[in-house]
Write a protein that binds this ligand. Sequence first.
Ligand SMILES: [Zn+2]
Length: 457
Amino acid sequence: MRHARFRGWGPSLAAALLFLAAPARAEFRAGAARRAITPDLKRFGPVYIAGFGQNRVATGVHDELAARCLALSAGARPLVVCGVDSIGLYWDDVAGVRKAVVAADVIVAATHSHQTPDTMGLWGPSFGASGINDDYNRFVVEQTGAAAVEAVRGMKPAVLRLASVNLPELNGYFDDTRPPVVHDAEIVVLSVSARDGGAIGTLVNWANHPEALGSANTLLSADYLAYFYAQLERQLGGVAVFVNGAVGGMQSPLGAAITDPATGQPAPKNSFRFAEVLGARVADLAAEAVKKAGPARIDRIEFRERLIHIPLTNEGFRIAAQAGLFKSRKSPNDDGTMTAPVGYLRLARGAKPLAEAALVPGEMYPELSVGGIQRYPGADFPDAPLEPPLKKKMMRAPFRMLFGLANDEIGYIIPKAEWDQKQPWLRNASKSWYGEVNSVGPDAAPRIAEALRSLIR
Ligand SMILES: [Zn+2]
């Protein structure tokens, strides 16, 4: 009887085994690793600190700079996201990281800390002299590649948690110096722990300049992220990874009044305490949200990328490239364009997306993320179509992220309708607004939006 029944079940048993094989292949795995990229000041010195003026020579190290990577796999090719304590890394250096990580797709996003070595060439000893030390850039590339490889090798069966926080309190951590006053203040968190219980790592996506220490500091630091990493790792264990968001136009804590919970008074500006209050608070909010989140099951990780060509109208960039400031990186194309990568990441269960990220190669104005582009009098392109806001209109998953400085740093990405390089100035201001001087040109935003529209589809 038994035998007969088993024979009878043959085909359906085979089908059941096939069915079982599919989820087994799509087992979710994760790993994380961190490698220091703090420069030895003797080996790499003088180290020019990036982000404010020229010739800010590092006199010491306050806290460790690192490349922090989180590897994820749903059975197919793994994907690694690395947040790197750096002002910005160009596509040329990111390509070097990818060469070292053949077994996975890699996203490299500089955190944009303004207390890290000049890896972009704009903040050297004097105007027109590069601050890049090629040996240090190579070291960053090697260490980031090594962290990514280690994260992939350490992958184990894991549980994913997704969470987000958007409190009115968060709007108080920004000082926006250019209208419209728009923040993408939401914190989005992607946390993974081992299925058998141990911590692995947590990626936090938020949009604010790590420049809380200001322009007079001469100690290398991850800025507020130094405290963020320490606090998040204390709370959740594993490796904390930070990926910045739409930080353009100008998302900065510098002018914000941030209350120190220890004194009830505003934390002193440009101080490590100011950075600590900010970083620790963001970490606490992220950790709290993760602790409340249930597991999110995914069986697909999709990563798409495209290289686009953006018309380069910024003469300053062209001159800087010709003067060798970028040390053979970032060469404009013969047709007057600049190449940059645009990418898209989706975590899904079947056809249902659970989390998405738009990968943007620079500092996007938050209007392009959460909406609110304004048509001000004085705009150079008053009839320019409005780019659809990425997090509000183009992505649909319950958790939507925008990775700024992703795989490249081309500077500000400004809504074309707000572009203003010619008088009269926006809102009839008496002087020009800050922004365009650090942008490739007015077509950066529409070209990136167009690429994302087709990548997201
Ligand atoms: Zn910036």
